[in-house]
Write a protein that binds this ligand. Structure first.
Ligand code: ADP
Length: 410
């Protein structure tokens, strides 16, 4: 129990130390650490945390050392002194008790002592592990909040948000409603743009569509049925996604694109086609092992390192290769220059001509491609329509569009 209490207190301290180690080790922090004073701040925190770790170890040391000393003493006195004394006494007082009996006695006593000691150790370990097992059991028996349905998914026809509101459960004291009474329908083949200021709830809307959370109020329907009726994996499988913070994994380029292993000849061809469409094939073919080059330098000194824009293009290649009926893009062009962005949207709308595309945008120039635009403001749909309708309306969208356009024209 004492060891358990110590581990419990030590855990957050160790996690903090792990964080500092990670920050100094991972590539993405390297530039900031070199440029500013953050390294010194973190090192100070690291040293303070290391002191906390030492203090925690010291706090429990007397009890732990006391207990192991006491148990050593008891067992040693009982077995070594007690039994040895007894054997000695028998040898001295009993003529029939030979030197052979004495030495056999010592070796038997020693073996018995070792075995009993081991047994006591095991019993103590059992008890210690059962405390951890209890914690683990509580964790694995947690009921998921997003429940699986059983309905078989049919070919995609539509997605509908019906009076959807959402509040994150954090911060607990003052939770803020992020989406309020949002309703709209997206039909097969439509291209829908979602625009709005930072923090207006666009990404949250995408998370709800992908069922990372369920709405606090209202429902999302796919093909006319509540999305909770479908198994989560098969529901999500309908979507190809490109997130703002898209991640490449330390696997080969081809595996990052196809998300599969091993790859058949056809799948390798599909990966190549997707890379070609995303304008990355030439770059990949220049790599030492082409599509089979490992991504990142963490495990391979000659691994491939990509720029932000190239990473986004690879994300798009992955989405193209998945060939899902609905494509969701959360600011897919933030790391691209305007020319590359334009080309990317042309590729996407060409590859997904008959499919549904829902895309979040900052630069409104690409919203002109959309069949319908929704402008979110403080979690509500403030305006909706096609680009020309919204420009004619001369409201917030038109204002945002003109302000952005002015920057390019002047
Ligand atoms: P947008 O994509 O329009 O910039 P988001 O949907 O990311 O906006 O965020 C909307 C609001 O929700 C923001 O105020 C943000 O701080 C808050 N938010 C986003 N994610 C979480 C989260 N996991 N927990 C609590 N609040 C969050």
């Amino acid at each position: 129990q004492i060891r358990y209490a110590k581990a419990k207190e030590m855990n957050p301290i160790t996690r903090k130390l792990d964080y500092f180690t990670r920050v100094f080790y991972q590539n993405e922090y390297a530039k900031e650490l070199r440029m500013g004073n953050m390294g010194a701040l973190l090192q100070e925190d690291y040293e303070q945390t290391a002191e906390e770790k030492i203090a925690c170890a010291k706090k429990y040391a007397p009890k732990l050392i006391g207990i192991s000393l006491a148990s050593e003493l008891i067992t040693s006195v009982l077995f070594n002194v007690g039994l040895l004394g007894y054997l000695m006494w028998r040898y001295l007082t009993d003529v029939a008790f030979t030197l052979g009996d004495f030495s056999v006695g010592i070796s038997a006593t020693w073996k018995l002592f070792m075995r009993v000691n081991q047994l006591i150790g095991f019993l103590a370990q059992f008890q210690e592990h059962s405390i951890y097992a209890e914690k683990f059991r509580t964790f694995v028996t947690q009921k998921p909040q997003i429940l699986n349905g059983t309905e078989k998914a049919e070919a995609f026809k539509s997605l509908e948000l019906r009076h959807v509101s959402f509040t994150y459960p954090f911060p607990e004291k003052n939770p803020k409603q992020v989406l309020s009474d949002v309703s709209f329908t997206v039909r097969k083949g439509e291209k829908i743009a979602i625009v709005g200021q930072n923090g207006s709830g666009k990404t949250t809307l995408v998370k709800l569509l992908l069922r990372f959370y369920d709405p606090t109020q209202g429902h999302i329907l796919c093909n006319g049925k509540w999305i909770g009726e479908y198994p989560i994996a098969s529901y999500r499988n309908q979507f190809g996604t490109v997130f703002q913070d898209f991640q490449l994994f330390s696997e080969t380029v081809a595996e990052n694109i196809m998300v599969k292993r091993p790859l058949s000849g056809q799948q390798r061809k599909d990966a190549e086609t997707a890379l070609q469409k995303a304008d990355m094939l030439e770059r990949i073919n220049d790599l030492p092992n082409k599509m089979d080059t490992l991504v990142g330098r963490e495990f391979a000194p000659d691994g491939a390192v990509f720029s932000g824009g190239e990473t986004q293009k690879l994300a798009i290649a992955r989405a193209i290769a998945k060939d899902a009926p609905v494509l969701i893009l959360d600011e897919p062009s933030s790391a691209l220059d305007p020319i590359a962005e334009n080309k990317m949207f042309e590729t996407i709308f060409d590859s997904f001509r008959d499919k549904t595309v829902i895309y979040i945008l900052h630069r409104l120039s690409s919203a002109t491609f959309a069949d319908r635009i929704y402008l979110l403001e403080n979690g509500q749909i403030a305006e909706q329509g096609t680009h020309s309708e919204l420009i004619a309306q001369n409201g917030k969208y038109a204002d945002m569009f003109h302000k952005q356009a002015e920057k390019y024209i002047s």
